[in-house]
Ligand binder design. Sequence first.
Ligand code: ATP
Length: 592
Amino acid sequence: MTFKHLSEYFSKLEKTSLRNQMTEILASLFHEAERGEIGKLCYLLQGRVAPLFTAVEFGMADKMVIRAIVQGLFVDGGKVVSVFKSEGDLGNAVQKLKLSESGKRKEDKELGIVEVYDVLYQIATSNGTGSQEKKINLLGDLLKYSDPLSAKYIVRMTLAKLRLGFSDMTILDALSWMLTSSKSLRAEIEKAYNVRPDLGYIGSTIKTKGIKGLSHVIPMVGTPIMMARAERMTTGIDIIEKVGKCAVEPKYDGFRLQVHFDGKNVSLISRNLENVTAMYPDIVEGVKKQIKAKKTIFEGEAIGINVETGEYLPFQETVQRKRKYDIEAKAKEIPLKLFAFDCLFADGEEYLYKPYLMRRKKLEQLVEKGDTIYVAHKEIVADPKRLEEIFQDAVTRGLEGVMAKKLDGTYRAGARDFNWIKYKRSYAGKLSDTIDAVVMGYDLGQGKRSSFGIGDFLIGIYDKKKENYLTVAKIGTGLTDIEWQELQVRSQKLRTKVKPENYDVDKAMSCDVWMKPEIVVEIRADEITRSPVHTAGRVMGPSKSGSALEVKVAGFALRFPRLERFRGDKKPEDATNLSELETMYDLQIGNK
Ligand code: ATP
């Protein structure tokens, strides 16, 4: 396939915001692609040359790209800058220049997508001395030979600005559509994607082997596995009734790490699949010293320790280790311990499809005694009374509560289910847990808060089915001055001119400023109540007169919401979702 043809697809995709239409356009593109092309195509569609979880980035700013355009199109720098100014986008500018008389040259070639991909890959992976010049030369050459439309998209990609407006999930739908003209295989494909969230791998496996190729995907060291999550319950009796005899582990209140170790190199992956290896040199050393496997993937919770007393530190202190600067000094001040709780892969064998007890046995074999990595404590329990005792003991020791794990439960990558159950101390209160919400917009501040430029901010949860955000509260209290500032600084980059299309907001909750969904905040509230002005769980129906829609079932709203912390380790789609909120509401009613 030529890159020009792919660019025509980019154009079509850009023109629609309807998911179903995008799915069909993508499916037809995948249909046309050759076996050797589809993997690369999947990355190009994300404006990349490698999976999202890798650190391969183009690293090119406007200035560098302008130099490449000057070089490739033989045009004057001033001219490029003035067209850029009038177009407001360098992609449009290069296309316009190529179409203009001075930019029209005979060099345009029919470049194939693999050919373009290979050059883009070289651009993204050049580093070290002289790499800036190399990137400019490579891009310049590419622009010289590409047609105007291709040039537009190549430039946007190198600037990391190719935003076609669909998620990985739409690509999975489209792969299903390619095979069946329906989304019927989406769940099966997603299951494989959760074990290897590398669209290139998923796309080329389907193209070459069909859906059968994805029936038993083995994890790969270096490719993060989407993390399994836990359901909530509020008493020992309920837990034993649900899963029977189970393993009870302490619930450490730190942050989760997925460790990938190939015998030499260690990668540490955060909850939202970011590579955070550089932040935690003490854990990297610990893994190298204490792990007895050539290749392994395991998970644990990292928690800070008070060097004088040896006690666990509260989350607020542990989280100070999440930083880009002064890493070594902070590591001395707040050393981390990693409590390993699961083994997903070891020495060529997958473990995630094996039952908990087997995974746990392997984990115990993996970890040698040392002072950084410990295997999480566990006790097998059949008696609810004993479960309550362990829970109380954990809370007394300052832990968050316990995790109960089903003995024959597998590791359900990317899924939240009852194979793991969290039983937290906050369940004793009215509202069973905190909520992770997305900041959707804000009103301009009044009074003291006007100095931060932000007054109340609107938060919402995620509806997985509709892939949109639904509101639950506006918050104006509970933030420290530093948190207000952080919110203000971060919101600058996320402002949008109009309300994003996937926001469902009642008029009464409209905001002065809208923001892209990116910031996730953990919110504590007294209670979940029902309110007609919030859209989470709200049901609308025709009014009696039939002329307009009216509220048939009020939405969920938070009573006295306050910010607990920013959740930099969560993506907006990881926010509490509608069905979880419904469950929390039911649990709360049960508690009452
Ligand atoms: P979730 O991960 O369920 O979306 P969350 O990140 O808000 O939610 P919690 O609801 O507090 O976290 O509980 C799950 C988290 O508990 C895990 O992601 C992990 O970081 C942590 N955890 C602590 N101890 C354990 C343990 N023994 N086993 C599994 N997870 C544990």
